[in-house]
Structure formats: structure tokens, C-alpha cells
Design a protein around this ligand. Sequence first.
Ligand code: GLV
Ligand code: MN
Ligand code: MN
Length: 416
Amino acid sequence: MAEPRANLQLDGARLWDSIMQMAKIGPGVAGGNNRQTVTDEDADGRALFQRWCEAAGLTMGVDQMGTMFMRREGTDPEALPVYVGSHLDTQPTGGKYDGVLGVLAGLELVRTLNDLEIKTKHPIVVVNWTNEEGTRFAPAMMASGVFAGVHELDFIYARQDAKGLRFGDELKRIGWCGDEPVGARKMKAYFELHIEQGPILEAEGIDIGVVTHGQGLNWLQVTLTGRESHTGSTPMPMRRNAGLGMARITDLVHEIAMSHQPKAVGAIGHVEVYPNSRNIIPGRTVFTIDFRSPDIEVLKDMDARLRAGAEKIAEELKLGIAFEQTGHFDPVTFDEDCVTAVRRAAERLGYSHRNLVSGAGHDACWVNRVAPTCMVMCPCVDGLSHNEAEEITPEWAEKSANVLLHAVVETAEIMA
Ligand code: GLV
Ligand code: MN
Ligand code: MN
């Protein structure tokens, strides 16, 4: 297989400029972004990406999940394409780089090959997966999950946001429901560049994370049902306080995750309290639990202990309790050949690198089930992500995108 030369490098300034232009769409309130999935802002971001891709000569396919596939032909049209990408949707208080870096680095990689008139045997397809974040509609990594055969399309179309709007209706409303059956594409390989979203690379002064594994995840939604009553006049023994139950379970989640250090994390992220009035004891609370671990046995243990402990709390406080699992994936081991291609790319370019386990979920975690897959990571300031203050440097973006370029071009078989 022909290797790209070390002096093959993309245009870091152009990549940075594209990231900054995308960040103008769906601005947040503190310098980041609110471009949540299948909103008008998402539609605007998609349209800008489509314009850029078409200007770079790519042809677009859109599947029934709204995922965008932008194709650059190879010299052998029959050869399986190499896919590269991530997501353009953001958290409600998201940063400018989570997901966006991976999609726009894919575009920049193609622009560079065009400028240098470099051909590859295999086509290259740049992907923007729909609803990676899973905030507005759970589960996360929604489109890649359907693509990998993990979720049924009808089940996903019926998922509702907090206002009761259905995912399928919203996808059609913004005009991005394509005709292509989901999961029909076959891939030679899939590469995803992402910011680390953790502190390791920056703390160790290392340029590149070679992602060998992804930790597993278990999302639960819990509903506690008590009784609404007057906060002033209801005697303490007569209360059925769903807010108190939620507080105790919040503590339990933390305690369970702490008992598995350093191999587990757990938190409650989304809470709803009904009726949310200062002088009514909450009659109902609905809240989400996010447990993660690279060890499947730890994930199982946390789930079992949480359910048993929460049921005990509910019984003590005379509350009804119901659990719904809203997301789940087992720990992931990425493809050895793809991992080697990423590591070799970092070495060829002279960048420092180390192996990493991804703490966050990524579309790559699902795609790994149906195609050889690997991820590249770059540092981010203070390891901070899912925060509008999320920050990376142009140099980190450029180096990691160069690693992506090399891994993709080598796998797509650069023509001499
Ligand atoms: C996706 O952003 C996740 O929650 O890991
Ligand atoms: Mn992401
Ligand atoms: Mn994210």
C-alpha cells in the first residue's frame, strides 16, 4: 500500500476559518453554540456544510435519518469508500468544536486533496451524522445507531422531546429527511476525529490521542411519583415528596460511581420537578442517570445497585418508581488495522501520541459494529467540554486533522 509523504499537510488556517464560520450559526449565550438536532439552526448549519461540500466537488446522499454523506470519487468507482466524519449538532450550551472539528476536518482533507490533485483508489465520503448529542431526543448517537442496526427507524421517529414533538416530524419539518435506506452503505473503514473532552493529552503535553477503546454507557430515566400538597400545612410524616426521593437517588448515583474509582462515572443531568412551585411539595420528578465505564461488569453492577437502592428509597418515602433505559452501549474495542493507521500517521508526521480510551460516546462507537473503525483525538483546554467555554488551539486542530488526513489517504490508497 502506498504511503503518503510526511510533507502532505492540509491547510490549518482554512480549517480554523471554517470552524469559526460554522460557530456563527446557532450561537449560544456564552461564546459557544446552541445548534441542537433537527432545529432551524441545525438546518442552517447543514445548508452551509452542503454549500462548502458542493463547492469542493462532492456529491450528496441523505438517508432517512437525515445523515449527510458527501462523496469524492476514487479512481475505482467499485471500491468501497473510506468514510470520515462526526456531527454538527451541539448541546444546548455546547462548544464550537465537539463534533464540528471531525466533520470540517473531513471537508478540509478533501479540499487539500483537490488542491494537490491527489487521487485515491477508494472514494472518500465525509459524513455528518444526525443527533449525536441525544439531548433533545434520546438516545445519543441516534442516526449511527440506526445505521448500525441497533435501533429500529420507527422507534426512533417516535422519540419525543420535552415538548412532546416527535423526532421524525421534526426531521421532515426542517427538510432533511432523505430517501436513502439507513445502513445500506458498506464502508472500507470509518475514521472520526474528535476533541478529547478530557484532560489527559493537555496535561501530558501530547499532540495526538490514538483511541483504542471507548467506555460503555448506561442511560436511565427515572420517574418518581408522590403527592402534591401544601409545603406549609402538610405535617412532615404525611408527605410523599418526590423531590426528596430524587435528592437521595442523586447521592446514591454518586456513591455507586465513587465505589468503582477510577473505572466509573455517574451523574444525574436532566431533572424535571412537577409542578415546580415554591410552596408545593413535588408530586412527581423525572430525571436522567448517566453511568459509564470501560468495564462491562462494572456497568452491570452499577445498574443493579442503582435499581435496588432506588426502589428501597422509594419504598421508604412512599413513592412510586419507574425506570426506562434510554441509552446503552457496551464498551468498544476499535479495529486494530485502523488504530495502526492512525498511530503510523502520527509517527510519520513527527507528532507525539499516546493510546486513549474515549470517555464520551461517539458515532464511531456504533459504526465500529459494521465497519473497521478508529478515532483520533486532540487535546482540549482543561479537558472542558459540553460547556460553551470549550476551547482548543488552531495548532491542535491542524495536527490532529493532518493525522486524520494521513490515516484516511493511506487507507483509501493514494495513487502515486
Ligand atoms: C455524547 O456527547 C456523550 O454523551 O458522550
Ligand atoms: Mn461529540
Ligand atoms: Mn457532545
